[in-house]
Design a protein around this ligand. Structure first.
Ligand code: NAD
Ligand code: MG
Length: 394
């Protein structure tokens, strides 16, 4: 029986993972070690009871009494705080879902890899922030990273049995998000609610807004560069509004392999959960005749400055990814709080990268976790300053 832990169990990816595990038989099919969540301790406790987890951990110290009360009478241990989440990753689960949102997912993922676990990685932020650390940690300790981002899972599946030397390019599809068809001049006035109305995917709030701004795609381009170890100019982005082709790989004989399926995260999660076996999954089957057609268009870089910034980040590499991700998280916080406009997010990130370049070398190598955490912190401070200036100017 495979043992599992789920970090970010109460989120969108965590719920889909829970759904698949329960359908497979729950505690009869998997031995659950740790489940972690945030403030929704009622749901975390419910999941922990259903899966008979060893331990449930909330990210927030002030939520610990409520979690303890919710699990009273069970044999499930409880804990709280970032260090407790990291310690939960040390517990021996063979398969670990990394589905915390943001750079907070980095440390638990690294800790799981360090003991040779299979890390199902939804948390793209950790590859963007510290790709070389994660990849080296997996290689050194016999850990395995399986991409869960739908695009990267698609590419991973298209590469099974292939030689990386035969890969010419990777083509990442993008839905274009909620504001895809808006006139450019209206974007500055887009509200949080408008950016949250994603046409195809039901996801957490943060990634949904990142889809509208294409910061999500920018992160994914960098994620692909880190995970598949291809050159930046081998990665293309194409807008595909139907979200049926999840990504493609082009080979040097001209063949292009595409991965198609209904837009349902339970496919890439289930693929990673059952890997290396391909098992039946409860996702809708494609009806191509009903779909009729699939459409594509090139992304407009004026509309999506995040994609241009991703290219700049890849050109610098080093700690630029950590700065980029952290600045993006802060810019998103300010947009969600109503302090800055939709298009100010890219301006804040660009401004942050410029500020940091003026005081330190963004291109310095990522050699230790401390380097990364230091850059992450610096970028958050500078991004808050940049966002503060923009909100005053509004
Ligand atoms: P979500 O907001 O729905 O859930 C996030 C989870 O992380 C929750 O359990 C929350 O309690 C926990 N969390 C939040 N902040 C935390 C912190 N500081 N410390 C510890 N735990 C914290 O997010 P989501 O949409 O499920 O996304 C999770 C990750 O998966 C993100 O990295 C996202 O980019 C990635 N991803 C999501 C989707 C999707 O369809 N939702 C698709 C591809 C990739
Ligand atoms: Mg994706």
């Amino acid at each position: 029986m495979r043992s599992i832990s789920v970090f970010g169990a109460t989120g969108s990816i965590g719920e889909s993972t829970f759904d698949l595990v329960m359908r497979a038989g729950g505690p009869a099919a998997f031995r659950t070690v740790a489940l972690t969540g945030g403030r929704n301790v009622a749901r975390l406790a419910e999941m922990a009871r259903a899966l008979q987890a060893e331990i449930a951990v909330t990210a927030h110290d002030d939520c610990l009494p409520a979690l303890r009360a919710a699990l009273a009478g069970s044999r499930i241990a409880v804990a709280a705080g970032a260090e407790a989440i990291a310690e939960a990753a040390d517990r021996p689960a063979e398969w670990v879902m990394s589905a915390i949102v943001g750079a907070a997912g980095l440390v638990p993922g690294l800790r799981a890899l360090r003991r040779g676990a299979i890390l199902a990685l939804a948390n793209k932020e950790s590859l963007v922030t510290a790709g070389p650390l994660l990849m080296a940690s997996a290689a050194r300790h016999g850990g395995t990273i399986l991409p869960v981002d739908s695009e990267h899972s698609a590419i991973f599946q298209a590469l099974v049995g292939e030689d990386m030397a035969a890969v010419e390019r990777i083509i990442i599809t993008a839905s274009g998000g909620a504001l895809r068809d808006w006139p450019l001049e209206r974007l500055a006035h887009a509200t949080v609610a408008e950016a949250l109305a994603h046409p195809n995917w039901a996801m957490g709030a943060r990634i949904t807004i990142d889809s509208a701004s294409m910061f999500n795609k920018a992160l994914e381009v960098i994620e692909a560069r880190e995970f598949f170890d291809v050159k930046p100019d081998q990665i293309e982005v194409i807008i595909h509004p139907e979200s049926i082709i999840h990504s493609l790989v082009g080979f040097h004989d001209g063949a292009v392999m595409a991965h198609l399926g209904a837009p349902d995260m339970r496919h890439p999660i289930g693929y990673a959960l059952n890997w290396p076996v391909r098992s039946p999954l409860p996702v809708a089957r494609l009806d191509l005749a009903a779909l009729g057609q699939l459409t594509f268009r090139a992304p407009d870089l004026a509309r999506y400055p995040a994609l241009r910034l991703a290219r700049e980040v890849m050109a610098v590499r080093g700690q630029a990814g950590a700065a980029f991700n952290a600045a993006k998280e802060i810019a998103l916080d300010h947009f969600m709080a109503g302090a800055i406009g939709f298009q100010d997010m890219a301006a804040v990130v660009e401004d942050t990268l410029a500020r940091i370049s003026a005081e330190t070398r963004l291109g310095n190598a990522v050699s230790t976790l401390e380097d990364v955490l230091h850059m992450d912190h610096l970028a958050r401070v500078r991004a808050a300053e940049a966002a503060g200036q923009r909100s005053k100017g509004r």
